[in-house]
Design a protein around this ligand. Structure first.
Ligand code: SF4
Length: 377
């Protein structure tokens, strides 16, 4: 049986945050119809993929999955168990935003088998939260995590954003200090990215907001790596840190090029080298559900070269290239072709090499994009 991850996209949000370019909607008119469609999509895909796969991870992402009535989430989990073989150790994650979950809702999630909570905190600083137009306060963020732990969730993750306007090293450090004192096992932390079409991007273009420069960004990133390492959070990807045994199963499925199915608007699927994606817009997704039996919006078959490129990129960004895997799957040409560059990166202490792996070092992670762009396929 091959491993399989399932991703369920819940696009609903209470409002649109200024920096967000995810597909999200604030109109709840079609919620019932949307969840019925997802159930149907799961049943249809299961006919094709359930026989030779075992589910290792189920991930509810968004949008704000914790905003919808918990009965919908329960229905989806029940449908998955009815239609797929699910591993006894399955990781079931739900993304939650503080301010959209109270204790009772967390208890419902726990009872329905969800065993990992990912909390979208972004900052513990009230000024930052106002700037990002988040709907929660620092106190709500802390309470959500403490409540989740009290209820019994052992595996709690939080998201933080750095390099916000006027964010000094001291201010960012305070965020991390608060985070590591909480009962969490995993931290994802991203630099603020300006995406086209967002309100924030327009504000920056009009000169109303200034984003910290690259050097400051790098300083915050290196500080984060050191601080989290000192506090027992091991880096296992460019933006992800975890305590021992709490690396995200779902993330690792993606990064190890395993198969996954995505359900709902804009969700992507990848099975044995074929990738396809659903319509982004709710209206088109529902139309495809009703009229075309979930014909995807698009698809592609990865060539051997595409596969190698993704393998190198995903491995280097995460826990390194396993040399045995590389050689088994793609031979040794890539290593030979890049030998000189790799030696140079090793001498610059950006890449390390041992008997089994090629890995980015701490500084290597910081310049990961440049390294990847420079390596040939
Ligand atoms: S809550 Fe998350 S998904 Fe929704 S608008 Fe804000 S950043 Fe985007």
């Amino acid at each position: 049986m091959k491993k399989l991850g399932l991703y369920i996209h819940i696009p609903y949000c209470e409002h649109k945050c200024i920096y967000c370019d995810f597909y999200s909607i604030i109109n709840f008119k079609n919620v019932d119809e949307y969840f019925s469609a997802i159930q149907k999509e799961i049943e249809i895909r299961a006919k094709e993929y359930s026989k030779n796969h075992i589910i290792e991870s189920i991930f509810f992402g968004g949008g704000t999955p914790s905003l919808v009535d918990e009965k919908f989430i329960n229905q989806i989990i029940t449908t998955i168990y009815k239609n797929f073989s699910v591993s006894q150790n399955v990781e079931i994650t739900i993304e939650t935003n503080p301010g959209t979950v109270d204790k009772l809702k967390l208890i419902s999630f726990f009872k329905m088998g969800i065993n990992r909570i990912s909390v979208g905190i972004q900052s513990f600083d009230e000024e930052d939260l106002r700037f990002l137009t988040r709907i929660h306060s620092k106190q709500q963020a802390i309470a959500t995590i403490e409540n989740a732990r009290e209820i019994g969730f052992e595996n709690i993750s939080l998201d933080l954003i750095f390099n916000l306007p006027n964010q000094t090293l001291k201010k960012w450090g305070k965020n991390l200090e608060i985070a590591v004192k909480l009962p969490i096992k995993h931290i994802s932390t991203y630099s603020l990215i300006l995406e086209h079409g967002t309100i924030l991007n327009a504000m920056v273009e009009k000169g109303k907001v200034q984003i910290g420069e690259e050097n400051h960004d790098a300083e915050l990133y290196l500080f984060t790596q050191n601080f989290l390492e000192e506090n027992d959070f091991k880096q296992y990807e460019v933006s992800n840190f975890a305590k021992t045994k709490f690396e995200s199963v779902h993330n690792k499925l993606y990064w190890h090029h395993e198969n996954y199915l995505g359900f709902g608007t804009s969700a992507h699927s990848f099975v044995d080298g074929k990738r396809w994606w659903n319509f982004k817009s709710l209206i088109y997704y529902l139309k495809s559900a009703n009229e075309n039996n979930f014909q995807p919006a698009g698809y592609e078959f990865l060539t051997e070269e595409n596969k190698l490129e993704e393998f190198i990129m995903l491995s280097l960004r995460s826990d390194g290239i396993r040399l045995e895997n590389l050689s088994e799957k793609y031979g040794n040409d890539w290593l030979k072709k890049n030998e000189r560059k790799i030696e140079q990166y090793i001498s610059q202490k950006l890449i390390s090499r041992d008997k089994t792996h090629l890995r980015l070092t701490k500084i290597g992670y910081a310049v990961c994009d440049e390294i990847l762009a420079n390596l040939s396929i």
